[in-house]
Design a binder for this molecule. Sequence first.
Ligand SMILES: [Zn+2]
Ligand SMILES: [Zn+2]
Length: 491
Amino acid sequence: MLMPAAPFLIAMFVAFAADSLIPPVAVRPDEVAGCLMEALVGLAIAASVAMGLGLGLTAAVRRSGSPTASTRRGFMLASYAVQAMNLAVYTWLIHGLGWPEFVRSGLGLRNAFLVDESLILLPFLLAEVLGWWGLYPAARAFRLISTSHGAWYYLSRKARMTFGTVLPAILIFWAGNDLARRAFGENANLPAVQLGVTIALGLIVMGLSPAFIRLSWPTSPLPPGPIRDRLEGLARHYKFRYTNILVWDTDGSIFNAVVTGASPWFRYVLLSDALIDTLHEDEIAAVFGHEMGHMHHRHLAFFGAFFLGSLAVMALIGLVVDGFFSTLSIGIAGQTTTEVAKAVVMLGACGAYFWTVFGLLSRRFERQADVFGCRAVSCGQDDCPPHSVHPDGTTQGLSETAPICRVGIQTCIHALETVAVENGISIDSRSWRHGSIARRIDFLRHMGTRPEVEPHFQRGVYRLRVAIALMLVSATALAYLSGAFENLRNM
Ligand SMILES: [Zn+2]
Ligand SMILES: [Zn+2]
Protein backbone atom coordinates (compact mmCIF):
# COMPACT_ATOMS: atom_id res chain seq x y z
CA MET A 1 0.00 0.00 0.00
CA LEU A 2 2.77 2.42 0.83
CA MET A 3 4.65 1.29 -2.27
CA PRO A 4 3.78 4.34 -4.41
CA ALA A 5 5.17 6.57 -1.68
CA ALA A 6 8.51 4.74 -1.34
CA PRO A 7 10.58 6.98 -3.72
CA PHE A 8 9.08 10.01 -1.99
CA LEU A 9 10.26 8.71 1.39
CA ILE A 10 13.75 8.13 -0.03
CA ALA A 11 13.78 11.72 -1.30
CA MET A 12 12.74 12.94 2.17
CA PHE A 13 15.60 10.98 3.66
CA VAL A 14 18.08 12.37 1.12
CA ALA A 15 16.95 15.93 1.80
CA PHE A 16 16.46 16.01 5.55
CA ALA A 17 18.08 13.06 7.32
CA ALA A 18 21.24 12.70 5.26
CA ASP A 19 21.46 16.48 5.08
CA SER A 20 22.30 16.70 8.78
CA LEU A 21 24.98 14.00 8.46
CA ILE A 22 26.85 15.50 5.51
CA PRO A 23 28.19 19.03 6.06
CA PRO A 24 26.19 21.53 3.94
CA VAL A 25 27.81 23.55 1.15
CA ALA A 26 27.31 27.26 1.85
CA VAL A 27 25.80 29.38 -0.96
CA ARG A 28 26.93 33.02 -1.26
CA PRO A 29 24.42 35.68 -2.42
CA ASP A 30 26.27 36.14 -5.75
CA GLU A 31 25.89 32.41 -6.46
CA VAL A 32 22.09 32.39 -6.10
CA ALA A 33 21.21 33.00 -9.79
CA GLY A 34 23.76 30.44 -11.00
CA CYS A 35 22.54 27.86 -8.51
CA LEU A 36 18.92 28.30 -9.59
CA MET A 37 19.97 28.02 -13.26
CA GLU A 38 21.85 24.75 -12.62
CA ALA A 39 18.86 23.33 -10.75
CA LEU A 40 16.53 24.18 -13.65
CA VAL A 41 18.92 22.62 -16.18
CA GLY A 42 19.07 19.44 -14.07
CA LEU A 43 15.27 19.23 -13.97
CA ALA A 44 15.00 19.96 -17.69
CA ILE A 45 17.42 17.15 -18.55
CA ALA A 46 15.44 14.69 -16.39
CA ALA A 47 12.17 15.77 -17.99
CA SER A 48 13.61 15.41 -21.52
CA VAL A 49 14.79 11.87 -20.82
CA ALA A 50 11.32 10.94 -19.50
CA MET A 51 9.69 12.51 -22.54
CA GLY A 52 12.07 10.68 -24.91
CA LEU A 53 11.26 7.35 -23.24
CA GLY A 54 7.54 8.12 -23.37
CA LEU A 55 7.58 8.94 -27.09
CA GLY A 56 9.77 5.92 -27.90
CA LEU A 57 7.38 3.55 -26.11
CA THR A 58 4.34 5.15 -27.74
CA ALA A 59 5.95 4.60 -31.17
CA ALA A 60 6.74 0.98 -30.25
CA VAL A 61 3.07 0.34 -29.36
CA ARG A 62 1.91 1.98 -32.62
CA ARG A 63 4.28 -0.23 -34.65
CA SER A 64 3.02 -3.45 -33.07
CA GLY A 65 -0.61 -2.32 -33.26
CA SER A 66 -1.39 -3.02 -29.59
CA PRO A 67 0.56 -3.32 -26.33
CA THR A 68 2.51 -6.58 -26.10
CA ALA A 69 4.09 -8.28 -23.08
CA SER A 70 7.52 -6.97 -24.01
CA THR A 71 6.43 -3.35 -24.58
CA ARG A 72 4.54 -3.51 -21.28
CA ARG A 73 7.73 -4.65 -19.61
CA GLY A 74 9.47 -1.78 -21.36
CA PHE A 75 6.97 0.67 -19.88
CA MET A 76 7.52 -0.72 -16.39
CA LEU A 77 11.30 -0.49 -16.78
CA ALA A 78 11.00 3.06 -18.14
CA SER A 79 8.91 4.05 -15.10
CA TYR A 80 11.56 2.63 -12.77
CA ALA A 81 14.34 4.33 -14.75
CA VAL A 82 12.61 7.72 -14.56
CA GLN A 83 12.09 7.21 -10.83
CA ALA A 84 15.74 6.33 -10.27
CA MET A 85 16.87 9.26 -12.43
CA ASN A 86 14.68 11.70 -10.46
CA LEU A 87 16.16 10.48 -7.20
CA ALA A 88 19.69 10.80 -8.61
CA VAL A 89 19.04 14.34 -9.88
CA TYR A 90 17.51 15.30 -6.54
CA THR A 91 20.42 13.82 -4.57
CA TRP A 92 22.78 15.85 -6.77
CA LEU A 93 20.67 18.97 -6.15
CA ILE A 94 20.77 18.49 -2.38
CA HIS A 95 24.35 17.36 -1.86
CA GLY A 96 26.17 18.48 -4.99
CA LEU A 97 24.53 21.83 -5.60
CA GLY A 98 23.68 22.58 -1.95
CA TRP A 99 20.00 23.31 -2.62
CA PRO A 100 19.04 23.37 1.13
CA GLU A 101 21.63 26.10 1.76
CA PHE A 102 20.44 27.91 -1.38
CA VAL A 103 16.98 28.07 0.21
CA ARG A 104 18.13 28.80 3.76
CA SER A 105 21.04 31.22 3.36
CA GLY A 106 20.88 32.16 -0.37
CA LEU A 107 17.20 33.13 -0.28
CA GLY A 108 17.35 34.03 3.42
CA LEU A 109 14.44 31.75 4.33
CA ARG A 110 16.00 29.92 7.28
CA ASN A 111 13.23 29.14 9.82
CA ALA A 112 10.49 30.74 7.68
CA PHE A 113 7.31 28.86 8.73
CA LEU A 114 6.98 25.77 6.47
CA VAL A 115 8.40 27.72 3.49
CA ASP A 116 12.04 26.58 3.80
CA GLU A 117 11.21 22.86 4.08
CA SER A 118 8.65 23.04 1.28
CA LEU A 119 11.06 24.80 -1.08
CA ILE A 120 13.78 22.24 -0.32
CA LEU A 121 11.35 19.48 -1.33
CA LEU A 122 9.90 21.33 -4.33
CA PRO A 123 12.48 20.20 -6.97
CA PHE A 124 11.67 16.55 -6.25
CA LEU A 125 7.92 17.16 -6.58
CA LEU A 126 8.56 19.01 -9.87
CA ALA A 127 10.81 16.24 -11.20
CA GLU A 128 8.14 13.64 -10.39
CA VAL A 129 5.34 15.58 -12.09
CA LEU A 130 7.51 16.23 -15.16
CA GLY A 131 8.44 12.52 -15.28
CA TRP A 132 4.77 11.43 -15.26
CA TRP A 133 3.99 14.03 -17.88
CA GLY A 134 6.82 12.67 -20.05
CA LEU A 135 5.48 9.11 -19.77
CA TYR A 136 1.83 10.15 -20.14
CA PRO A 137 1.58 9.49 -23.94
CA ALA A 138 2.89 5.97 -23.32
CA ALA A 139 0.47 5.41 -20.40
CA ARG A 140 -2.31 6.37 -22.81
CA ALA A 141 -1.00 4.04 -25.51
CA PHE A 142 -0.89 1.22 -22.94
CA ARG A 143 -4.49 2.05 -21.94
CA LEU A 144 -3.43 2.51 -18.31
CA ILE A 145 -5.86 5.38 -18.43
CA SER A 146 -9.17 5.48 -20.26
CA THR A 147 -9.29 7.68 -23.37
CA SER A 148 -12.01 9.88 -21.86
CA HIS A 149 -9.52 11.23 -19.30
CA GLY A 150 -6.82 13.74 -20.19
CA ALA A 151 -3.30 14.51 -18.97
CA TRP A 152 -4.52 16.62 -16.05
CA TYR A 153 -6.57 13.71 -14.67
CA TYR A 154 -3.60 11.34 -15.05
CA LEU A 155 -1.17 13.71 -13.33
CA SER A 156 -3.52 14.49 -10.45
CA ARG A 157 -4.22 10.79 -9.96
CA LYS A 158 -0.48 10.01 -9.83
CA ALA A 159 0.10 12.93 -7.45
CA ARG A 160 -2.69 11.87 -5.08
CA MET A 161 -1.41 8.31 -5.10
CA THR A 162 2.23 9.23 -4.49
CA PHE A 163 1.94 12.14 -2.08
CA GLY A 164 -1.59 11.80 -0.60
CA THR A 165 -0.62 9.40 2.17
CA VAL A 166 2.70 10.93 3.20
CA LEU A 167 2.83 14.65 2.39
CA PRO A 168 0.05 15.72 4.83
CA ALA A 169 1.81 13.83 7.66
CA ILE A 170 5.11 15.51 6.82
CA LEU A 171 3.50 18.96 6.69
CA ILE A 172 2.00 18.36 10.15
CA PHE A 173 5.44 17.38 11.51
CA TRP A 174 7.12 20.42 9.97
CA ALA A 175 4.40 22.81 11.19
CA GLY A 176 4.41 21.27 14.68
CA ASN A 177 8.19 21.51 15.02
CA ASP A 178 8.24 25.09 13.70
CA LEU A 179 5.50 26.06 16.16
CA ALA A 180 7.33 24.33 19.03
CA ARG A 181 10.50 26.27 18.18
CA ARG A 182 8.50 29.50 18.32
CA ALA A 183 6.68 28.59 21.54
CA PHE A 184 9.62 27.18 23.51
CA GLY A 185 12.53 29.10 21.97
CA GLU A 186 15.88 27.57 22.98
CA ASN A 187 14.08 25.05 25.21
CA ALA A 188 12.67 23.36 22.08
CA ASN A 189 15.99 21.51 21.80
CA LEU A 190 15.67 19.88 25.24
CA PRO A 191 15.25 16.11 24.83
CA ALA A 192 12.08 16.02 27.00
CA VAL A 193 10.45 18.79 24.92
CA GLN A 194 11.51 17.13 21.65
CA LEU A 195 10.12 13.78 22.77
CA GLY A 196 6.85 15.37 23.94
CA VAL A 197 6.39 17.27 20.67
CA THR A 198 7.20 14.18 18.59
CA ILE A 199 4.73 11.99 20.51
CA ALA A 200 1.99 14.64 20.31
CA LEU A 201 2.51 15.06 16.56
CA GLY A 202 2.67 11.28 16.09
CA LEU A 203 -0.72 10.92 17.78
CA ILE A 204 -2.24 13.67 15.62
CA VAL A 205 -0.91 12.02 12.45
CA MET A 206 -2.11 8.58 13.55
CA GLY A 207 -5.57 9.93 14.29
CA LEU A 208 -5.79 11.63 10.91
CA SER A 209 -4.08 8.93 8.83
CA PRO A 210 -7.29 7.25 7.59
CA ALA A 211 -8.26 10.59 6.08
CA PHE A 212 -4.87 10.75 4.30
CA ILE A 213 -5.44 7.34 2.74
CA ARG A 214 -8.80 8.50 1.47
CA LEU A 215 -7.03 11.56 0.06
CA SER A 216 -4.79 9.36 -2.05
CA TRP A 217 -7.68 7.75 -3.96
CA PRO A 218 -11.36 8.51 -4.51
CA THR A 219 -13.50 6.05 -2.53
CA SER A 220 -17.20 5.27 -2.13
CA PRO A 221 -19.03 3.09 0.43
CA LEU A 222 -19.46 -0.56 -0.61
CA PRO A 223 -23.08 -0.66 -1.89
CA PRO A 224 -25.69 -2.76 0.00
CA GLY A 225 -26.01 -6.32 -1.28
CA PRO A 226 -24.92 -9.88 -0.58
CA ILE A 227 -21.19 -9.04 -0.39
CA ARG A 228 -21.70 -6.24 2.10
CA ASP A 229 -24.06 -8.41 4.20
CA ARG A 230 -21.54 -11.19 4.28
CA LEU A 231 -18.61 -8.96 5.32
CA GLU A 232 -20.71 -7.21 7.98
CA GLY A 233 -21.77 -10.62 9.31
CA LEU A 234 -18.12 -11.71 9.58
CA ALA A 235 -17.15 -8.47 11.32
CA ARG A 236 -19.98 -8.93 13.86
CA HIS A 237 -18.89 -12.50 14.47
CA TYR A 238 -15.31 -11.50 15.30
CA LYS A 239 -16.35 -8.25 17.08
CA PHE A 240 -14.29 -6.33 14.53
CA ARG A 241 -15.17 -2.62 14.63
CA TYR A 242 -14.73 -0.21 11.75
CA THR A 243 -16.17 3.04 10.46
CA ASN A 244 -17.03 1.83 6.95
CA ILE A 245 -16.17 -0.58 4.15
CA LEU A 246 -15.11 1.43 1.12
CA VAL A 247 -14.58 0.67 -2.54
CA TRP A 248 -11.31 2.13 -3.71
CA ASP A 249 -11.86 3.68 -7.12
CA THR A 250 -8.60 3.14 -9.03
CA ASP A 251 -9.90 2.71 -12.59
CA GLY A 252 -9.13 -0.96 -12.15
CA SER A 253 -5.41 -0.24 -11.87
CA ILE A 254 -4.90 -1.56 -8.33
CA PHE A 255 -5.74 -5.01 -7.04
CA ASN A 256 -5.45 -4.73 -3.29
CA ALA A 257 -7.19 -4.47 0.07
CA VAL A 258 -6.15 -2.37 3.03
CA VAL A 259 -7.36 -1.62 6.52
CA THR A 260 -6.45 1.73 8.06
CA GLY A 261 -5.87 2.73 11.65
CA ALA A 262 -5.00 0.70 14.75
CA SER A 263 -7.96 2.20 16.66
CA PRO A 264 -11.58 1.30 15.82
CA TRP A 265 -12.41 4.99 15.27
CA PHE A 266 -11.81 6.27 11.73
CA ARG A 267 -10.99 2.74 10.69
CA TYR A 268 -11.79 1.98 7.09
CA VAL A 269 -11.53 -1.26 5.18
CA LEU A 270 -10.67 -0.46 1.57
CA LEU A 271 -11.27 -2.99 -1.19
CA SER A 272 -10.09 -1.93 -4.63
CA ASP A 273 -12.53 -1.89 -7.54
CA ALA A 274 -10.49 -4.47 -9.48
CA LEU A 275 -10.47 -6.83 -6.51
CA ILE A 276 -14.25 -6.69 -6.11
CA ASP A 277 -14.80 -7.16 -9.86
CA THR A 278 -12.44 -10.14 -10.17
CA LEU A 279 -12.78 -12.24 -7.02
CA HIS A 280 -15.61 -14.60 -6.14
CA GLU A 281 -17.70 -13.66 -3.08
CA ASP A 282 -16.02 -16.36 -0.92
CA GLU A 283 -12.60 -15.04 -1.91
CA ILE A 284 -13.56 -11.46 -1.06
CA ALA A 285 -14.64 -12.74 2.36
CA ALA A 286 -11.23 -14.46 2.70
CA VAL A 287 -9.41 -11.22 1.81
CA PHE A 288 -11.60 -9.31 4.28
CA GLY A 289 -10.77 -12.01 6.85
CA HIS A 290 -7.05 -11.49 6.17
CA GLU A 291 -7.38 -7.76 6.89
CA MET A 292 -9.46 -8.48 10.00
CA GLY A 293 -6.74 -10.90 11.09
CA HIS A 294 -4.16 -8.09 11.18
CA MET A 295 -6.43 -6.20 13.59
CA HIS A 296 -7.54 -9.23 15.59
CA HIS A 297 -3.92 -10.13 16.34
CA ARG A 298 -3.06 -6.44 16.98
CA HIS A 299 -0.29 -6.36 14.38
CA LEU A 300 -0.35 -2.59 13.86
CA ALA A 301 -0.14 -1.89 17.60
CA PHE A 302 2.78 -4.32 17.91
CA PHE A 303 4.56 -2.63 15.00
CA GLY A 304 4.07 0.75 16.71
CA ALA A 305 5.62 -0.55 19.94
CA PHE A 306 8.36 -2.23 17.91
CA PHE A 307 9.41 1.04 16.24
CA LEU A 308 9.31 2.93 19.54
CA GLY A 309 11.42 0.27 21.30
CA SER A 310 13.80 0.13 18.34
CA LEU A 311 14.87 3.70 19.16
CA ALA A 312 16.70 2.14 22.12
CA VAL A 313 18.34 -0.45 19.85
CA MET A 314 19.47 2.33 17.51
CA ALA A 315 20.83 4.30 20.49
CA LEU A 316 22.82 1.25 21.60
CA ILE A 317 24.15 0.69 18.07
CA GLY A 318 25.19 4.37 18.09
CA LEU A 319 27.03 3.89 21.37
CA VAL A 320 28.94 0.87 20.07
CA VAL A 321 29.81 2.56 16.74
CA ASP A 322 30.94 5.67 18.60
CA GLY A 323 33.15 3.68 20.96
CA PHE A 324 34.60 1.68 18.08
CA PHE A 325 35.59 4.79 16.13
CA SER A 326 37.03 6.60 19.12
CA THR A 327 39.46 3.72 19.79
CA LEU A 328 40.25 3.18 16.11
CA SER A 329 40.57 6.32 14.10
CA ILE A 330 42.29 8.97 16.25
CA GLY A 331 44.87 10.62 14.09
CA ILE A 332 44.21 8.39 11.09
CA ALA A 333 41.60 10.41 9.24
CA GLY A 334 40.27 13.95 9.32
CA GLN A 335 37.27 14.92 11.42
CA THR A 336 34.83 15.07 8.50
CA THR A 337 35.89 11.71 7.07
CA THR A 338 35.45 10.08 10.47
CA GLU A 339 31.99 11.60 10.90
CA VAL A 340 30.89 10.43 7.44
CA ALA A 341 32.31 6.92 7.99
CA LYS A 342 30.56 6.76 11.36
CA ALA A 343 27.26 7.80 9.79
CA VAL A 344 27.62 5.16 7.06
CA VAL A 345 28.39 2.35 9.55
CA MET A 346 25.54 3.52 11.79
CA LEU A 347 23.08 3.54 8.87
CA GLY A 348 24.28 0.12 7.71
CA ALA A 349 23.91 -1.43 11.16
CA CYS A 350 20.44 0.05 11.74
CA GLY A 351 19.43 -1.01 8.22
CA ALA A 352 20.59 -4.59 8.87
CA TYR A 353 18.66 -4.64 12.17
CA PHE A 354 15.40 -3.49 10.59
CA TRP A 355 15.88 -5.66 7.53
CA THR A 356 16.24 -8.78 9.67
CA VAL A 357 13.91 -8.27 12.62
CA PHE A 358 11.15 -6.21 11.02
CA GLY A 359 11.28 -8.40 7.89
CA LEU A 360 10.90 -11.61 9.92
CA LEU A 361 8.11 -10.16 12.06
CA SER A 362 6.07 -8.85 9.15
CA ARG A 363 6.35 -12.09 7.17
CA ARG A 364 5.07 -14.02 10.22
CA PHE A 365 2.23 -11.54 10.71
CA GLU A 366 1.28 -11.82 7.05
CA ARG A 367 1.05 -15.58 7.38
CA GLN A 368 -1.00 -15.22 10.57
CA ALA A 369 -3.42 -12.94 8.70
CA ASP A 370 -3.62 -15.54 5.88
CA VAL A 371 -4.59 -18.18 8.44
CA PHE A 372 -7.28 -15.87 9.80
CA GLY A 373 -8.54 -15.36 6.24
CA CYS A 374 -8.86 -19.16 5.83
CA ARG A 375 -10.73 -19.39 9.12
CA ALA A 376 -13.19 -16.69 8.04
CA VAL A 377 -14.37 -18.84 5.08
CA SER A 378 -13.98 -22.22 6.74
CA CYS A 379 -16.85 -24.53 7.77
CA GLY A 380 -14.91 -26.21 10.57
CA GLN A 381 -15.71 -29.79 9.48
CA ASP A 382 -12.82 -32.25 9.83
CA ASP A 383 -14.15 -34.24 6.88
CA CYS A 384 -14.68 -31.27 4.52
CA PRO A 385 -15.33 -31.54 1.56
CA PRO A 386 -18.29 -31.55 1.30
CA HIS A 387 -18.08 -27.99 2.56
CA SER A 388 -21.04 -27.43 4.88
CA VAL A 389 -22.62 -24.02 4.42
CA HIS A 390 -25.40 -22.09 6.11
CA PRO A 391 -28.85 -21.85 4.49
CA ASP A 392 -27.87 -18.37 3.20
CA GLY A 393 -25.03 -19.97 1.26
CA THR A 394 -22.17 -18.75 3.45
CA THR A 395 -19.97 -19.98 6.24
CA GLN A 396 -20.01 -17.81 9.30
CA GLY A 397 -16.37 -17.81 10.38
CA LEU A 398 -15.01 -19.96 13.18
CA SER A 399 -13.78 -19.71 16.72
CA GLU A 400 -10.02 -19.92 17.14
CA THR A 401 -10.13 -23.49 18.42
CA ALA A 402 -12.12 -25.04 15.54
CA PRO A 403 -10.16 -26.77 12.76
CA ILE A 404 -9.77 -24.92 9.49
CA CYS A 405 -11.38 -26.82 6.61
CA ARG A 406 -9.88 -27.75 3.23
CA VAL A 407 -12.30 -25.75 1.10
CA GLY A 408 -11.62 -22.67 3.26
CA ILE A 409 -7.88 -23.08 2.69
CA GLN A 410 -8.41 -23.66 -1.03
CA THR A 411 -10.46 -20.44 -1.25
CA CYS A 412 -7.59 -18.47 0.31
CA ILE A 413 -5.02 -20.09 -1.96
CA HIS A 414 -7.03 -19.22 -5.03
CA ALA A 415 -7.44 -15.62 -3.84
CA LEU A 416 -3.65 -15.37 -3.35
CA GLU A 417 -2.98 -16.79 -6.82
CA THR A 418 -5.38 -14.25 -8.31
CA VAL A 419 -3.62 -11.44 -6.41
CA ALA A 420 -0.35 -12.52 -8.04
CA VAL A 421 -1.82 -12.76 -11.56
CA GLU A 422 -3.73 -9.47 -11.33
CA ASN A 423 -0.73 -7.58 -9.99
CA GLY A 424 1.46 -9.05 -12.72
CA ILE A 425 3.92 -10.52 -10.22
CA SER A 426 5.34 -14.01 -10.47
CA ILE A 427 4.21 -16.13 -7.52
CA ASP A 428 7.87 -16.96 -6.86
CA SER A 429 9.05 -13.37 -6.65
CA ARG A 430 10.16 -12.61 -3.12
CA SER A 431 8.75 -9.81 -1.07
CA TRP A 432 10.70 -8.71 1.97
CA ARG A 433 7.63 -7.76 3.98
CA HIS A 434 5.17 -10.39 2.78
CA GLY A 435 7.33 -13.30 1.64
CA SER A 436 6.75 -14.80 -1.79
CA ILE A 437 3.18 -15.79 -2.66
CA ALA A 438 4.43 -19.29 -3.51
CA ARG A 439 5.73 -19.76 0.04
CA ARG A 440 2.54 -18.39 1.57
CA ILE A 441 0.56 -20.86 -0.54
CA ASP A 442 2.90 -23.73 0.38
CA PHE A 443 2.34 -23.02 4.03
CA LEU A 444 -1.45 -23.02 3.63
CA ARG A 445 -1.32 -26.32 1.69
CA HIS A 446 0.82 -27.81 4.43
CA MET A 447 -1.71 -26.61 7.01
CA GLY A 448 -4.47 -28.35 5.04
CA THR A 449 -2.73 -31.72 5.22
CA ARG A 450 -1.94 -31.80 8.95
CA PRO A 451 -4.15 -30.31 11.69
CA GLU A 452 -1.27 -29.78 14.16
CA VAL A 453 0.52 -27.32 11.84
CA GLU A 454 -1.75 -24.38 12.69
CA PRO A 455 -1.55 -24.46 16.53
CA HIS A 456 2.20 -25.06 16.24
CA PHE A 457 2.55 -22.01 13.99
CA GLN A 458 0.45 -19.83 16.33
CA ARG A 459 2.63 -20.80 19.31
CA GLY A 460 5.73 -19.92 17.27
CA VAL A 461 4.41 -16.43 16.44
CA TYR A 462 3.48 -15.91 20.09
CA ARG A 463 7.00 -16.88 21.20
CA LEU A 464 8.53 -14.55 18.59
CA ARG A 465 6.42 -11.66 19.90
CA VAL A 466 7.44 -12.35 23.50
CA ALA A 467 11.12 -12.65 22.54
CA ILE A 468 11.08 -9.37 20.60
CA ALA A 469 9.20 -7.59 23.41
CA LEU A 470 11.75 -8.81 26.00
CA MET A 471 14.63 -7.79 23.72
CA LEU A 472 13.19 -4.29 23.30
CA VAL A 473 12.48 -3.82 27.01
CA SER A 474 16.04 -4.89 27.91
CA ALA A 475 17.46 -2.66 25.16
CA THR A 476 15.47 0.29 26.54
CA ALA A 477 16.71 -0.34 30.09
CA LEU A 478 20.30 -0.77 28.87
CA ALA A 479 20.14 2.34 26.69
CA TYR A 480 18.75 4.34 29.61
CA LEU A 481 21.36 3.12 32.11
CA SER A 482 24.32 3.50 29.73
CA GLY A 483 23.35 7.02 28.64
CA ALA A 484 23.04 5.84 25.02
CA PHE A 485 19.98 8.05 24.43
CA GLU A 486 22.08 11.15 25.22
CA ASN A 487 24.72 9.89 22.84
CA LEU A 488 22.23 9.41 19.98
CA ARG A 489 21.14 13.03 20.32
CA ASN A 490 24.73 14.27 20.03
CA MET A 491 25.64 12.21 16.97
ZN1 LIG B 1 -1.68 -8.50 5.03
ZN1 LIG C 1 -15.41 -26.70 4.60
